[in-house]
Design a protein around this ligand. Structure first.
Ligand SMILES: NC(=O)C1=CN([C@@H]2O[C@H](COP(=O)(O)OP(=O)(O)OC[C@H]3O[C@@H](n4cnc5c(N)ncnc54)[C@H](OP(=O)(O)O)[C@@H]3O)[C@@H](O)[C@H]2O)C=CC1
Ligand SMILES: O=C(O)CCC(=O)C(=O)O
Length: 383
């Protein structure tokens, strides 16, 4: 805990289903808590709190008016009783949604899971990421976040004087974010030379056939890459493959100080939340490796979520193509701005991005009377 938050941590459990979960509202000075809901077999409260904090900065960085929050369920996302667990989780948090928090999609969750939350609580307003037939914007199926990550890669590459045509990209994680980033990167001219999932890594220095990988994924889920026809190398090989651009798009804490000193990419664009440790950021900065931080590069999902929440509350029809335009229009300049600020201020891109986001959150807290003159928080939501 610090002066930014969290404002509220709600741990919930249900003996009958074995459900165990947590909601963290980090900082809601700029609006209702919003961030996806994660389901993972080794989830911790600390992990959810770190992700909620990232959401605080992410909303501020795109200058949209929601607060930072995240929810998580401890469990296997492929468990046969997942629906029961989701229903128990939704019931346990019924008094928090949608007033304080709106469910959404993160690792281990899909559009059909958002539909269960809505069914259990009888209100479309409790979750984003719903299927179209329930009036939602299925941002994982549409691949909005991955699209935005690829747009950030392109903007950063151009800003650094290069071009994507001929650039060799490696993507760690071939889920909602990684797979759609790969698709858009190929459209933009890049050559994807490696992708991985939790099972292993496939790579080809001459370029992988991303269309075929996407077809395999559609047929067999994320694990489809094992059927690509190349030897599956160990999971950890992906980050050290020879490439120009690295896109971590799986879990947090995968790039540590040691790896930062050895990876070959000249540009790292963070599709995952929190993939790089603070020490690793310093090493990358010292080595001249440009980094577009998570809350700048992967904000496509929240732009889609915000758009769909507005659409739900009004009569206008959702135009999905507009979401992609909005993502591009927000993320490209943000990616360039943090690279420029980092040079101007001689700090890491993360610190440059953080300064921009913190200024906006601090101002909202000040206007709401949550800060003393010396900048200390004086008022908190009760736990
Ligand atoms: N979905 C969204 O809109 C957003 C997601 N993010 C972040 O992006 C990241 C990915 O999320 P998302 O794509 O939605 O999640 P998914 O659950 O759709 O996909 C996760 C992918 O990561 C793979 N994976 C898991 N562990 C490893 C590992 N050790 N090495 C390589 N790959 C691994 C999984 O493989 P397997 O299938 O084999 O388990 C799967 O391919 C997360 O950090 C999330 O917080 C950020 C912003 C928005
Ligand atoms: O807010 C959401 O529902 C999805 C976006 C998200 O969780 C994230 O950006 O990490």
């Amino acid at each position: 805990m610090d002066a930014w938050g969290p404002e509220r941590v709600v741990c919930v459990s249900d003996r009958r289903t074995g459900m165990r979960g947590v909601l963290v509202l980090d900082n809601t000075a700029r609006g209702t808590g919003k961030g996806g809901t994660r389901m993972s077999a080794n989830l911790t409260v600390r992990e959810v709190a770190r992700l909620a904090r990232t959401m605080t900065w992410k909303w501020a960085a795109v200058d949209l008016f929601h607060g930072g929050a995240k929810a998580g369920i401890l469990g296997d996302p492929n468990a046969p009783n997942k629906e029961e667990i989701l229903r128990a989780f939704a019931r346990a948090l019924a008094d928090q949604v949608p007033e304080h928090y709106v469910f959404g999609l993160d690792m281990g969750m899909a559009e059909s899971d958002a539909a269960i939350f809505v069914d259990e609580l009888r209100s479309r307003g409790v979750s984003t990421g719903l299927p179209r037939c329930l009036g939602g914007t299925p941002y994982d199926q549409l691949g909005v976040t991955g699209f935005g990550v690829a747009e950030a890669v392109d903007a950063a590459t151009r800003h650094l004087g290069g071009e994507l045509t001929g650039s060799r990209v490696v993507i760690q994680g071939f889920g909602a974010v990684g797979a759609h980033a790969a698709r858009r990167l190929v459209e933009l001219g890049a050559t994807v030379v490696g992708v991985s999932n939790a099972e292993g890594t496939v790579s080809d220095p001459d370029g992988l056939d991303v269309e075929r990988l996407l077809t395999l994924r559609a047929e067999a889920g994320d694990s489809g890459i094992r059927d690509y026809g190349l030897r599956l190398a160990p999971v950890d090989d992906a980050l050290l493959l020879d490439c120009d651009v690295l896109v971590p798009a799986a879990r947090q804490d995968v790039i540590d100080r040691d790896l930062a000193g050895r990876l070959s990419a000249r540009l790292v664009v963070e599709g995952a939340n929190l993939p790089t440790s603070p020490e690793a950021r310093e090493v990358l900065h010292a080595r001249g490796v440009a980094v577009v931080p998570d809350f700048i590069a992967n904000a496509g999902g929240i732009i889609a979520a915000a758009y769909s929440m507005d659409a739900r509350n009004s009569a206008f029809t959702v135009d999905e193509s507009r979401i992609f335009d909005m993502v591009s229009a927000k993320l490209r300049p943000n990616a360039v701005a943090v690279l420029e600020d980092s040079v101007r201020r001689q700090c890491t891109t993360y610190d440059a991005a953080l300064a921009m986001a913190q200024d906006r959150v601090r101002e909202a807290m000040r206007m709401r009377g949550q800060l003393r003159r010396d900048g200390q928080a004086v008022r908190r939501l009760s736990a």
